[in-house]
Design a protein around this ligand. Structure first.
Ligand code: ARG
Length: 618
């Protein structure tokens, strides 16, 4: 980022003579709105005697431009004595005329600040055009490390909607932190251990095909898993009937189930043959995952998984739980009774009768190993809200174990996707979802014959835009809400959809191409020619982007960014007719293009942050 000195220089060249008070908690060189914040809070502090930091923190952005660019709710300052509306009036009157803000408005107990658009455009547009992809994020995470654990599918089982959402949200949260200076470890914690791998091992020996395994490991393993499970179910039924007929309690589930149990015991004991087979399943699946995630612009730093937690760590877990009196024996198993702390946490089993460990226990060990290795400042688990209880139990146990990092873990949960099925059926794999979204998108594009003919690589565009549709639909609402998987809606150009965003981006690219104004001229454009309300509102909106990202770091909601992007692109759509570039006087055209180019840059930045690939033509 540029230095404060160069900012002061820039300000004085704009005729803003007072030197700007710069507060340590503000970032005026990367976020132009902070310049206004600094000025306003310093000035109000002078008028009122209230601490400037208090005012600074209380300045909020507005929901609509009629209410100003920033707003101050006087009651937030918790002043004693005078009534807030009286204070508002008094301060507004005393606020001096200045180069940054229009006369202050008192509206009830609020003060409304409208930025002078003349200075706003001189600060915002050059900042965007010069900082380009760096415009938006503020380096607040420098020196800090975060692990984002996301996606985490189970090998040999379908990649379901929960995994899809985790992938999309986790990818976004990783990008967000990275852009703000965090050292991000992207981690995929695979479900790659447990009795189901005993089942799979036995199944593969009976029905597996080397050829199919190599060609398509994910589908083939699932196929085998389903096939062997059917047999286990059938045998279980036979055993049940036999037990009923004999009038005794059913004690086992049949020979195949026994075989599977034994296979897993062999795995746990490190039997070479069993482990080697499992290892191939794992490696071939990961190879496939890597390719699929790449389509979503996601690359993992680590493919960890339940299998990767070491025996020693697991022993340490059970020993610590015992020593700290957290666990107790119960009918041969080891449990942790969390009801002592909170009824809803229930009792959790940490070790089965046969000595094998469980999902929860492995999570405790995994967290310990991760801290050992990464010394994270924060760790985020992006997991469906169906597992709320599991993560609450995990977090409670970590805190009972008195790890000093126990308060650095966070569960980012989300609701369900309803009605997710493709033409192939209701069992869904990520690849199939993407393929279907692409096909649908392609059909939608073909409907506009004229345009379709001009698209150079319709197949690739359909793929990218279809994927955008899937992802935008997922990130449009609050995470916790369920939503309907609606392929028709997500591939439509109407409404707040992925294709709409892509269209907005490609249209801006097309304006730039057609105008063909050299970059030099755009950078030196006379911005005072941007006088129309459409232009200034778009500008005011673009100025908010760094604040939107800061706010998103608090909400950790993709929708915070998505909603803003739609607000901005709506302003754009209504501007094209008013703010023409082609055929305009060259000076005006250059100024307008500077504004459009700023909008394109910010849209591009926002889309990439969401994990999308903005297209230039469609
Ligand atoms: N593999 C699990 C599942 O599909 C999700 C893992 C979530 N992460 C964790 N650390 N437990 O249900």
């Amino acid at each position: 980022p540029p230095s404060i000195e160069s900012l002061q220089e820039q300000l004085s060249s704009l005729g803003v003579s007072d030197s700007l008070p710069v507060f340590p908690y503000s970032n005026p060189t990367t976020n132009p709105v902070d310049i206004f914040r600094c000025y306003i809070s310093e000035t109000l502090a002078g008028i009122s005697g209230v601490d400037s930091k208090l005012i600074y923190d209380a300045l909020e952005w507005t929901q609509s431009f009629e209410k100003g660019d920033l707003i101050l709710a006087i009651p937030r300052l918790r002043l004693k004595g005078q009534k807030p509306d009286v204070i508002a009036k008094e301060w507004a009157e005393k606020f001096p005329e200045n180069p940054y803000t229009e006369p202050i408005k008192a509206a009830g107990t609020f003060l409304q600040f409208f930025f002078k658009t003349e200075i706003l455009k001189q600060l915002v547009i050059p900042t965007i055009l010069k900082r380009k992809s760096a415009y938006g994020p503020v380096n607040t995470g420098k020196g800090k490390r975060v692990i984002v654990e996301f996606s985490s599918p189970n090998i040999a089982k379908p990649f379901h909607a929960g995994h899809l959402r985790s992938t999309i949200i986790g990818g976004f949260l990783s990008n967000l932190h990275e852009s703000c200076g965090w050292d991000v470890v992207r981690m995929n914690y695979l479900g790659d251990w447990g009795k189901q791998f005993g089942i799979l091992g036995v199944g593969f020996k009976r029905f597996g095909s080397e050829e199919k395994l190599l060609a398509d490991p994910i589908h083939h393993l699932f196929e085998v898993y389903v096939q062997i499970n059917r047999i286990i179910e059938e045998e279980k039924e036979v055993e049940k009937k036999a037990a009923e007929a004999a009038g005794v309690k059913q004690t086992h589930n049949g020979p195949t189930d026994e075989e599977a149990k034994n296979f897993f015991v062999r795995m746990e004991n490190g039997d070479e043959e069993a482990v080697a087979l499992w290892k191939r399943f794992r490696e071939l699946s990961i190879e496939k995952y890597i390719a699929t995630y790449a389509r979503l612009n996601i690359q993992y730093d680590v493919y960890s998984g339940e299998s990767q937690v070491s025996k020693e760590t697991m022993q340490k877990v059970s020993q610590m739980l015992k020593e700290k009196n957290i666990s107790e024996e119960s009918e041969g198993a080891v449990i942790v009774d969390l009801t002592k702390h909170s009824k809803k946490l229930g009792k959790a089993i940490v070790q089965k009768k046969d000595g094998t460990t469980l999902y929860l226990t492995r999570d405790i060990g995994a967290a310990m190993e991760r801290y050992e290795q990464y010394k994270f400042d924060k760790m985020i688990y992006v997991v469906a809200s169906q597992q709320d209880l599991h993560l609450q139990q995990l977090f409670k146990i970590l805190s009972l174990l008195e790890f000093d990092w126990a308060d650095r873990v966070q569960h980012i949960n989300f609701g369900m996707v309803l009605g997710m099925s493709t033409r192939k059926g209701t069992v869904v794999f990520l690849d199939d979802i993407l393929a279907e979204a692409k096909d649908r998108m392609h059909e939608v594009m073909k409907k506009n014959e004229e345009k379709y003919k001009q698209v150079e690589n319709p197949d690739a565009i359909a793929d990218t835009v279809g994927r955008t549709g899937v992802m935008i639909q997922d990130m449009s609402g609050k995470r916790i809400n369920n939503y309907n998987f609606d392929l028709d809606r997500m591939t439509s150009f109407e409404g707040d959809t992925g294709p709409y965003l892509q269209y907005a981006h490609s249209r801006l690219c097309s304006i730039s191409r057609k105008a063909a104004i050299p970059e030099e001229d755009i950078l030196n454009a006379d911005l005072s020619l941007l006088t129309e309300t459409h232009a200034t509102n778009l500008l005011r909106c673009l100025a908010q982007y760094p604040d939107v990202l800061q706010n998103t770091l608090r909400t950790l909601e993709p929708t915070t960014v998505v909603t803003w992007l739609f607000k901005m692109t709506h302003l754009l759509s209504s501007s094209y007719d008013v703010l023409r570039v082609i055929g305009e006087d060259p000076k005006k055209a250059a100024a307008r293009l500077a504004l459009y180019e700023s909008a394109r840059q910010v849209l591009n930045n926002g889309m990439k942050l969401l994990g999308l690939s903005p297209v230039e033509r469609m």
